[in-house]
Design a protein around this ligand. Structure first.
Ligand code: SF4
Ligand code: SF4
Ligand code: FES
Length: 333
């Protein structure tokens, strides 16, 4: 890995390694060499194999265009700008979400449609679930205060998260990579791409906080498991988790506290005891509803996952005071 990759923090390693492979890939295919392209066709779900000659600086989109011109005029794929601006050309290449107009070809590659969205045909997916979710968030600016006139007194610090979210090109790569969206109707999670759209207004200090609360209550945001899969594939390098989802979670905890029952209980237990106590966590989250899950509690007890005695005695670790201080400090603006 290059020195550049070492200078990048751990959460960006996926992107850094990928950048290295792009350079290596461009250097190792000779002009005229055969590029093998297997494309997932929607009519029967099979991978159809094509061969096309490599041309200098060939992108995935160039290969698809060559195939459509020569071998498969019925191949469906979508693109408009050809320059990483419109976000319409995202596909999966060898299992990873990429922009076809920006990604260098591999000598042998499998091209498939994005996941987590219905396929209309071949590589074209239906963006309606995403657009409906974004529309439900009322994604426009409704000011708390009257417009003060130009230039508005906005500091970089106050607008920095919203401004990062504004780089989104709505390519849906993150949505395809998200394992929680893949769970389908098991959660009500809106997904990373709609949340980035929400962040454009909800993280703007001028936005009406009642509108932010309404949108967040429809987002299922606490289902995000902070796995960073979305960030790894974002072609706009948006810090989706640290710069958008985490600040939105903090806002949700403040504006719609009932949504944050579990994380707030988790925080309170760690601040009080210096460690997590699963028994106390269950009691805080479930309250009296815990009586309805007695068989499950017994199973947890038998497996040693909970210790009622420790929970009732309120045992603390030596680091309880330090944990409380750290958590309080982290919450200061
Ligand atoms: S960090 Fe959250 S939004 Fe991103 S892929 Fe993981 S679960 Fe999905
Ligand atoms: S956040 Fe990044 S990956 Fe997700 S839709 Fe926007 S540009 Fe694409
Ligand atoms: S064609 Fe517009 S981003 Fe690829």
């Amino acid at each position: 890995m290059s020195d550049v990759a070492h200078a990048i923090d751990a959460r960006r390693l996926g992107q850094a390694e990928h950048a290295d492979s792009l350079r290596a890939r461009n250097a190792r295919i000779a002009v005229g060499a055969t590029v093998i392209v297997k494309v997932r066709r929607s009519d029967d779900g099979r991978l159809q194999e094509f061969r096309t000659p490599y041309v200098k600086a060939m992108r995935v989109l160039d290969a698809l265009n060559a195939i459509a011109l020569k071998d498969a005029p019925d191949l469906a794929f979508r693109w408009f700008c050809g320059s990483k601006m419109c976000g319409t050309c995202a596909v999966r290449m060898n299992g990873r979400e990429v922009l076809a107009c920006w990604e260098a070809v591999e000598p042998e590659m499998t091209i498939e449609p994005l996941r987590n969205l219905p396929v209309i045909r071949d590589l074209v997916v239906d963006r309606t679930p995403y657009e409906r979710k974004v529309a439900s968030f009322e994604p426009w600016l409704t000011r708390d205060e009257p417009y003060p006139g130009f230039p508005e007194p906005l500091s970089h610090k106050a607008i920095k998260h919203a401004s990062k979210a504004l780089d989104c090109i709505s390519c849906m790569s993150c949505y395809s990579a998200c394992p929680v969206i893949r769970l389908g109707a098991l959660t009500d999670f809106a997904g990373p791409a709609p949340l980035v759209q929400l962040g454009q207004t909800a993280l703007d200090p001028r936005q009406d906080q009642r509108q932010v609360a309404r949108a967040l209550s429809r987002s299922g945001i606490f289902n995000c498991v902070s796995c960073y899969k979305c960030e790894e594939v974002c072609p706009a390098h948006i810090p989706i988790v640290s710069g958008v989802i985490e600040p939105l979670k903090a806002k949700a905890a403040q504006l719609v506290p009932q949504m944050a029952r579990h994380p707030l209980a988790f925080r309170a237990v760690v601040a009080r005891r210096g460690r997590i106590d699963p028994g106390e966590l269950i009691l805080r989250v479930q309250g009296l509803r815990v009586l309805a899950v007695v068989p499950r509690l017994l199973r947890l007890l038998l497996r040693g996952k909970i210790n009622p005695l420790r929970t009732l005695l309120g045992c603390k670790t030596e680091s309880a005071g330090a944990a409380a201080r750290i958590l309080n400090k982290a919450e200061q603006p």
